[in-house]
Design a protein around this ligand. Structure first.
Ligand SMILES: Nc1ncnc2c1ncn2[C@@H]1O[C@H](COP(=O)(O)OP(=O)(O)O)[C@@H](O)[C@H]1O
Ligand SMILES: [Mg+2]
Length: 249
């Protein structure tokens, strides 16, 4: 295995990550202060994305994500972008903490205005994982996991908000299991559409439904009717009808 390069927070190469995409000394110093407060003491040069001479594991519209070290253990560190329209990541942290209370999302380790430290989810997004040629039984198991987690979100009144195009937000973990990430747009007041959105994404969106169709047979008309019933009453029973149509036992 390649040697792991760990940079201390003050390393100049991390400026491009801590204040992304534009450098602002104020933002950079606020991020470093928050990371210290959270107990993050270093960053591993890891990830497919580059920021100057440093690396990142992910990038979104409001934040970038790098691999940090907390008490010597790897964690995903989400850092507020210098051009983000969100004032703080604290709302996201609180929604993630709530999701964790019923077993959904990466485990939250700490949150502050400019950074979140959470469990690092290693794996592939659902589409890439399907392209890697998994067995049908495993696909069924993962789809069931995703649907169950979406139903749990619906039952607890937490709307994720970005599951209708869930390309980047469902990760199939290397060790098995699915994880829904990014609670940045989540809301506890909006009407919940988690399961409905994800069913649309998985079974009706062209690219992904073709891959899923190799493993799970669906009658789209019946599926729409089942989802109409679920919408009217998002009960365990309605979820059961969905599983039985998809033959996910
Ligand atoms: N806990 C995590 N573990 C592993 N990768 C993550 C984690 N959180 C985010 N990422 C990666 O970082 C990317 C951007 O994170 P995201 O939370 O979607 O940011 P944004 O709120 O800006 O959309 C994701 O698409 C994913 O690839
Ligand atoms: Mg995102």
């Amino acid at each position: 295995m390649a040697e792991r390069v760990v940079l201390p927070l003050e390393d100049r190469r991390l400026k491009a990550v801590f204040s992304y995409p534009h450098f602002s000394r104020r933002h950079y110093e606020a991020v470093i202060g928050d990371l210290r407060g959270l107990g993050v003491d270093g960053v591993v040069l890891a990830g497919e994305l580059e920021a100057g001479e440093a690396k990142m594991i992910g990038k979104g519209c409001t934040a970038v994500v790098c691999l940090g070290l907390m008490h010597g253990l790897p964690v995903a560190v989400k850092i507020r972008r210098s051009d983000s329209c969100r004032e703080s990541l604290e709302g996201e942290g609180s929604n993630l903490e709530f999701a964790n209370s019923f077993g959904v999302g990466p485990r939250l380790f700490g949150v502050s205005k400019n950074a979140i430290a959470m469990e690092h989810i290693r794996g592939l997004n659902l589409a890439r994982w399907l392209e890697s040629g998994p067995q049908s039984e495993t696909v069924k198991y993962m789809v069931r996991e995703v649907l169950e987690q979406c139903h749990a979100l619906d039952s607890h009144g937490l709307d994720h908000g970005e599951l209708s195009n869930a390309k980047k937000h469902i990760i199939i973990k290397e060790g098995g299991g699915a994880c829904i990430i990014d609670f940045e747009s989540a809301s506890r007041t909006r009407k919940c559409r988690n399961l409905t959105s994800v069913v649309n994404y998985i079974f009706f969106k062209d690219s992904i439904s073709r891959l899923i169709g190799l493993h799970i047979g669906v009658d789209r008309k019946m599926l729409s009717e089942i989802m109409m019933r679920y919408k009217a009453s998002p009960s365990d029973r309605a979820l059961g009808a969905l599983f039985s149509h998809l033959k996910l036992y």
